[in-house]
Design a protein around this ligand. Structure first.
Ligand code: PEP
Length: 252
């Protein structure tokens, strides 16, 4: 996958099916012709199939899932496999989101297995990393991001990594209304590209899309997306409103 401009909307655990269908309709009507941006809709599991059908004929719109299991199938009540996601038309899956780390105690070993399963099923991982406010205030943010990335990426070959999207999501900015400044985002995105250069090489690092996430909205997206190493956004709250999400897409 080559470096792209991407806006992905992570709906988390929100919307009814009726509202979800309407939101997709409103978004696709407004931005369908703006095909220079890859748009990814990441709804809750029960709506994937319906939204997959809605997106099928749209320009540069793709479906993503919020999670997948580490196994291909079996007795794992309540879980969803990457194989199932592929069968309903998913092209992307979130892995390593801070809410999965915090509430579901997922760790790097889980992320590696989930990504392996995703790749086996032709699904690209959107691998999320980010530091807490304590880690930033104690000047440990670069160390934390280095560890989060290297522990997982060392398990993947260049060919496998070429399918990845990285999302930098400072935990202190997710859902808080507090956003990293453009300077903070650019600094960390350039740093992440440096780590990827060290693990693979500079051509690979130059090719990967790195998204910013954390209270990105219609007001601040333009400044964030103007940064050299910011290739787009992973959007939570603001992706639940069609006008806001479309303004973010038009912010490039
Ligand atoms: C997210 O959950 O990935 C996210 C970035 O949320 P928000 O935009 O609401 O901060």
């Amino acid at each position: 996958m080559s470096r792209q401009k991407i806006v992905a909307g992570n709906w988390k655990m929100n919307k009814s099916l009726q509202d979800a269908k309407m939101l997709v309709e409103m978004i696709t009507n407004q931005v369908n012709d703006f095909d220079e941006v890859t748009k990814i809709i990441i709804p809750p599991f029960p709506y994937l199939n319906t939204i997959s059908e809605q997106l099928a004929k749209k320009e540069n719109f793709f479906l993503g899932a919020q999670n997948c299991h580490t196994n291909a199938n079996g007795a794992f009540t309540g879980e969803v496999s990457a194989n199932m996601l592929n069968s309903v038309g998913c092209h992307y899956v979130l892995v390593g989101h801070s809410e999965r780390r915090q509430y579901f105690k997922e760790k790097e070993a889980d992320f590696v297995l989930k990504i392996k399963e995703a790749l086996k099923n032709n699904i690209s991982p959107i691998f999320c990393v980010g530091e807490t406010i304590h880690e930033r205030k104690t000047d440990n943010h670069f160390k934390v991001i280095t560890e989060q990335l290297t522990t997982v990426l060392k398990e993947f070959t260049v060919t496998e990594f070429s399918k990845f999207i990285i999302a930098y999501e400072p935990v202190w900015a997710i859902g808080t209304g507090e956003t990293a400044t453009a300077a903070q985002a650019q600094e960390m995105h350039a740093f992440i590209r440096g780590i990827i250069t060290d693990i693979y090489d500079s051509a690979i690092a130059g090719n990967v899309s790195i998204l910013y996430g954390g209270s990105c909205n219609a007001q601040n997206a333009q400044e964030l997306f103007a940064c050299k190493d910011v290739d787009g956004g992973l959007i939570g709250g603001a992706s639940l409103n069609a006008d806001d999400f479309c303004k973010i897409i038009f912010s490039f």
